[in-house]
Design a protein around this ligand. Sequence first.
Ligand code: CP
Ligand code: NVA
Length: 303
Amino acid sequence: MKHFITGLELTKNEVRNIFDLIEDIKTNPILYSQSLKGKSIVTLYEKESLRTRLSFDIGINKLGGHAVYLDNQNGVIGKRESVKDFALNISTWADCIVARVNQNDTLVTLSEHSSVPVINSLCNLYHPCQALADFMTLKETFGRLDGLKLTYLGEGNNVSHSLMLLSAMFGVNFYAITPKNKEPNKTVFEKSKDLASKHNSSIQLSNDILDSKDSDVLYSDSWVSMGDNTTLEDAKTLYQSYQVNQKLVNFSKASAVLHCQPAHRGYEITSEVIDGNKSKVLQQAKNRLYAQNALLLKLIGKI
Ligand code: CP
Ligand code: NVA
């Protein structure tokens, strides 16, 4: 049994198999329409969601499985009863737990006590389902991952960490361009550097927007993540020069612009860019469903 919390629980080969499986599910959906028949997946949310909730729910339905949604109306996980008891009870009924939580520790505790796989659908440190869908989007766009330059701009956060780890694994040259003191987490950065040295990738941090030159891909995320009480107006003062706008797209020569959404138009990305011909945001959103379906098949399917 495998969990999927940092994303590194899967080997490069296993992730490659997931990319192949995504292609096959897209081409032959009928073949997979009963692949999760009789399986129940509990999805837990301590935070808001549009894409994750719907892509898991609709995706599981397309595989013939059953998704049970438990939002924080039912109590923050670990408040009414311990996280351990949550895991012990849920895994007596369900075949998989998908959880969006405030703290990565909650996922670790769930996984320690769950007898079924636990999938991270976002925490403070990682968003590995997002990165899987994004890398599939890049494969579809460029026909390869190896050697691409992917430049992430804004706050060093959960999304940047998962992109950084997958870049390290797949030969992508990753730059995180952030304001000073907003760099990605040091431990995740060191882990990525270590992984990159084995896969011919490079992972670099910068505070200088000029390092976005000769990028293949620009990637933007919200300047303020869920759970952070900073207002967008306050964030703007710090991040304004890291905005993904047409001038930056032209300067960087990027041919693809990604954003995990929700997007704040006019803040981290302009409408001109997100609605423009280099934008891949809806392809990313669509790929969430296929990437998660392939992941579910890998972790609990019969294939
Ligand atoms: N990208 C993403 O995870 O979107 P939601 O927060 O709407 O699920
Ligand atoms: N970094 C963002 C991603 C949302 C999908 C957040 O954590 O809110």
